[in-house]
Design a binder for this molecule. Structure first.
Ligand SMILES: [Zn+2]
Ligand SMILES: [Zn+2]
Length: 544
C-alpha cells in the first residue's frame, strides 16, 4: 500500500471553471477514486484561488468588494463539484484562515533562512488611476513571441513568465493610458539559489511528462531570476516581512502553497492535526498534480523551490500530469468573447455523468483536443448509449425476462466463453497499467472496449433466438455476459461513479469490492438482480 497526495490545479474564481480548467478537477477525482479502489491511502485536495489582479479587475467592473465576488463563486463551485460527483477530501479556498496562516509562516521562515531580500524596483504606474500596475493590471506585447495581449505576469501565447516592464507598448487595463514608471520597495525570493537542486530534481524525476520536463529544463538553462514576492495590492495575504506593511503576497506565490495548507486543513478537520505530515514529510509519498501546461513553471520550478527553502523535509512533486489545452470548436476558451462552455451551463445540455465521460474521452494527454458539439454527440450516442448502455441493458433485461431475474447457472463454458473469461481476468491489470501511466483517456477507452466486446458476444450468440432451442447454452451466455457487466461496474466507477452505482443497484450487489475483484466472475448462479432500467439516453448536438 502506498500514500498519495492528489492535487488538482486551483480554479481561479473570477468565474466558475470552463471545461478546459474543469478537466483537472475531474482528472484528480477519477485518479483518487481509482487509487482508493486499489486500497491506497489518498488525500485529494484543492480549492478556490481567489486573490490577485484579475479578481480585483472583475470586482471593480461589477462594483463589489473582491471578497463578496469570491464568496459567491466559491459557494457556486462547491455546489457544482457536488453535482459532478467530484469528491475530494478538502476543497478549500485561499481566504481560508489556515491558508493565510500557513502562507505567512512559510514566508517568515524563508525570510529567517535568508532567501528573501528587498530591492527598489521600477514599476508601471498609472497617473490617471493613481495606482501601481502589477501583473494583469497591465497588458502589452510579449517581448519573446510578439503576442499583443500578453499580461504583466505571463504571456498566454508562449507561456513565459514576464515582468510587467518587459512588455512592449504597455497599457493600463482600467483606462488604457500608457503607464509611467515609479519606484517601490519590494521583497524578493532568491530563486536562482535553487537552480542546481531544481535541475537535478527535474532531470532525475522520470515520471514527469515530456512537456513539463522540456519546458522546465529550458527555463533552468536560460537561468532563473529572483521573483518579487510582494505586491502593492490590497486584495491578498499581507506580507509578513518587517517593514512590508501594506504589501501583499503575489497570488501565484501563495496559491501553490494551498496544496499543503489544504492538507493541513483536512488534517485539522479530521481531528488528527498532524496527519498531513504523514503525507508531506514522508519519503515515498507520491505527490501528483493535475494541471494544464500553462501552469508548469509554478509547479515544477517555483513550488518545489519554496518547499526546499523552508529546510523542512517536504516531498516534491512526483508527477505533474500537465495536459495540453482543450479548444472549443477550434478556438481558445474566452469568457469575454463568449467562446466555450462553463460547467454551470454544461448541465443544461446534458447530465454531469455525460460530461465526465466526454471530457476524459477527449482528455488532451499528448496534444491539444478540440471540443465540438458534434463530437460530444458522437461520444454520448455511439459510445455511452449504444455500446455501454445497450450492452448492460440488454443483458439485464434478458435475465429479468427469461430467467426470472436470477443469474442463470451456466453449463460448460466453450472456447468463446473462456475467451471472455480471460479478457475479464486480464482487464484490471491491463487498465491499471494505463492509469498508472496517467493515460486516463486510454484507460476509459479500454473499459468501453470491454462493453463493445460484450455486445459483439451477444450479437454472435443471439440468445433471443437460442433460447427457443437451447436453454442451457443461453443460460451460459447470459451468465458470462452478466460477469462482464459485473466487471464494468467496478472498472467504470472511477470515471462514472453514478453509472457504476446504478449498475450496482441493478445487479443488486451490496458487498464492498476492490479493483482486482473486477477480474473475477463474481456473480453466482441464482443471485437475484433488480429490474433493469436504461442507463443513458441520446443527446442532440445542437446548442439549446
Ligand atoms: Zn509570448
Ligand atoms: Zn489607468
Amino acid at each position: 500500500m502506498g500514500r498519495w497526495i492528489i492535487n488538482a490545479a486551483w480554479p481561479y474564481v473570477n468565474s466558475v471553471p470552463h471545461l478546459g480548467t474543469f478537466i483537472h478537477l475531474l482528472s484528480a477525482d477519477v485518479y483518487a477514486r481509482y487509487l482508493r479502489l486499489r486500497g491506497e491511502e489518498v488525500i485529494a485536495v484543492t480549492g478556490s484561488d481567489e486573490h490577485g489582479t484579475p479578481i480585483e479587475v472583475e470586482a471593480i467592473k461589477r462594483g463589489v468588494p473582491p471578497k463578496q465576488l469570491t464568496d459567491r463563486i466559491h459557494k457556486q463551485i462547491c455546489d457544482l463539484l457536488d453535482a459532478y460527483n467530484i469528491r475530494l477530501d478538502n476543497y478549500t479556498r485561499t481566504e481560508s484562515p489556515v491558508h493565510i496562516k500557513y502562507t505567512q509562516a512559510l514566508y517568515a521562515k524563508l525570510y529567517e533562512n535568508g532567501y528573501i531580500y528587498t530591492q527598489n524596483v521600477n514599476l508601471p504606474y498609472c497617473e490617471v488611476d493613481k495606482r501601481f500596475l502589477p501583473d494583469r493590471f497591465v497588458e502589452g506585447t510579449c517581448p519573446h513571441c510578439g503576442y499583443e495581449q500578453a499580461r504583466g505576469d505571463q504571456c498566454d501565447s508562449c507561456g513565459r513568465v514576464l515582468d510587467p516592464l518587459e512588455l512592449l507598448r504597455p497599457k493600463c487595463v482600467f483606462c488604457g493610458s500608457t503607464p509611467t514608471i515609479k519606484s517601490s520597495t519590494h521583497w524578493f525570493f532568491d530563486l536562482p539559489k535553487f537552480r542546481d537542486r531544481l535541475y537535478t530534481f527535474v532531470k532525475e524525476n522520470k515520471q514527469l511528462p515530456d512537456n513539463a520536463r522540456n519546458f522546465s529544463l529550458r527555463w533552468l538553462e536560460e537561468g532563473l531570476k529572483a521573483r518579487a514576492v510582494t505586491r502593492d495590492n490590497k486584495w491578498g495575504i499581507p506580507a509578513p516581512f518587517p517593514g512590508a506593511e501594506g504589501k501583499t503576497i503575489y497570488v501565484w506565490l501563495e496559491a501553490v502553497l494551498g496544496y499543503v495548507s489544504a492538507s493541513i486543513e483536512w488534517a485539522e478537520k479530521s481531528g488528527k492535526p498532524d496527519a498531513w505530515k504523514d503525507f508531506w514529510f514522508a519519503e515515498g509519498t507520491r505527490n501528483v498534480h493535475f494541471i494544464g501546461k500553462d501552469n508548469i513553471p509554478f509547479h515544477v520550478i517555483i513550488f518545489p523551490a519554496l518547499l526546499q527553502a523552508t529546510h523542512e523535509p517536504y516531498i516534491l512533486p512526483w508527477q505533474v500530469s500537465s495536459t495540453e489545452f482543450i479548444l472549443f470548436e477550434g478556438q481558445k476558451f474566452s469568457k469575454s468573447k463568449k467562446i466555450g462552455v462553463w460547467i454551470d451551463e454544461a448541465l443544461k445540455y446534458a447530465p454531469a455523468e455525460y460530461w465526465r465521460y466526454v471530457l476524459i474521452a477527449i482528455r488532451p494527454e499528448s496534444k491539444d483536443a478540440n471540443f465540438t458539439w458534434r463530437e460530444f454527440e458522437t461520444h454520448v450516442n455511439a459510445e455511452l448509449n449504444d455500446v455501454l448502455g445497450n450492452f448492460v441493458h440488454r443483458t439485464l433485461t434478458f435475465i429479468n425476462n427469461q430467467f426470472d431475474s436470477a443469474i442463470p447457472n451456466p453449463g460448460t463454458l466453450d472456447e468463446e466463453d473462456e475467451m471472455i473469461k480471460k479478457e475479464v481476468e486480464q482487464a484490471p491489470g491491463r487498465i491499471a497499467s494505463l492509469l498508472d501511466g496517467f493515460q486516463l483517456k486510454s484507460g476509459l477507452a479500454a473499459t468501453i472496449e470491454l462493453a463493445r466486446r460484450g455486445n459483439q458476444y451477444l450479437s454472435e450468440r443471439e440468445p433471443w433466438h437460442l433460447i427457443k432451442t437451447d436453454r442451457t447454452r443461453t443460460a451460459t451466455t447470459l451468465y458470462v455476459a452478466s460477469q462482464l457487466v459485473g466487471a464494468l461496474e467496478i472498472l467504470l466507477s472511477p470515471f462514472l461513479p453514478e453509472t457504476s452505482q446504478r449498475i450496482r443497484e441493478q445487479l443488486n450487489l451490496t458487498e464492498s469490492r476492490n479493483w482486482s475483484d473486477s477480474g473475477k466472475f463474481r456473480l453466482e448462479g441464482g443471485h437475484r438482480i433488480a429490474k433493469a432500467t436504461p442507463l443513458f439516453h441520446k443527446v442532440k448536438a445542437t446548442e439549446p
